[in-house]
Design a binder for this molecule. Sequence first.
Ligand code: CP
Length: 314
Amino acid sequence: MKHFISIKDVADLTGLIKTSKEIKQNPHTDSELGRNKTLGLVFFNSSLRTRMSTTRAAYNLGMNVIALNVSSDSWQLEFSDGIRMDGGTAEHIREAVPVLCSYCDIIGVRSFPALVNREEDYSEKVINSFIEFGTCPIVNLESATLHPLQSFTDMLTIEEFKSVDRPKVVMTWAPHIKALPQAVSNSFLQWAKQMDFELTITHPEGLELASEFTEGIQVEYNQEKAFEKADFVYVKNWSSYQDYGKVVGQPDWEITLEKLRNTNEAKVMHCLPVRRNVVIADNVLDSDHSIVIPQAQNRLYTAQTVLKEILTSL
Ligand code: CP
């Protein structure tokens, strides 16, 4: 594996999940693989799980880790070409990325969308600049439109918790007070399509995601109907793709215990962080339905799998 930007970088998904299960059983087997190698973690946005799990994964492989919070620790970066840099940006991405790659063997990048200009966000300017100007492998720690480390984790978690060969997996929109990216949802669909799932998306009309991600997947606008006999309910808010970045208020789409009554005792998943009693009710998160903690724990093993794959090909 050269870079890890999306599912397109995965040649063998079944093999990757198998490796992550092996790593989960024996996380210290490859503790020499990353000796004298350094992982750089570049954060343009906040993180708890991604930062901690990727750092721990690198330590399990014997790597060193350096994290940079761009907005608070570093120079403000310029991405436009041919401009006179007499404003707020002090360093151009054309210098910053090669310099970072001269210190690090692998670089992970987290950069959320601004949710103002759809074309700009979907062009993936930040992560593509790291690939273009970098000389080392780049790992997507959540970009403007995709979160592949989360999706890989979600696939591993469903594989672990499924009780039937072909589970019914329902990805449901849920309300939120802020404009959130579509990255987790887009990416979940990219990965879930490659699995043997009965896959359904449910959301209020008008909240359709980009067709490149939803193509071929059943959309059911009636949440109650969508949940019937579901084995997994994957909960995620996203702001409008059509009316780009708009927050849609639909409080009745919150996930409550009552809504799970016609499921197949569905396991409830969420990438976290989750706003209790806005997105998912306490009585769901504190019940046996919820698998959000083991799901988050799996972030460690999938991150370690990806780093192992890249280290092996250096
Ligand atoms: N799910 C996830 O990516 O969590 P963080 O934003 O805390 O990294």
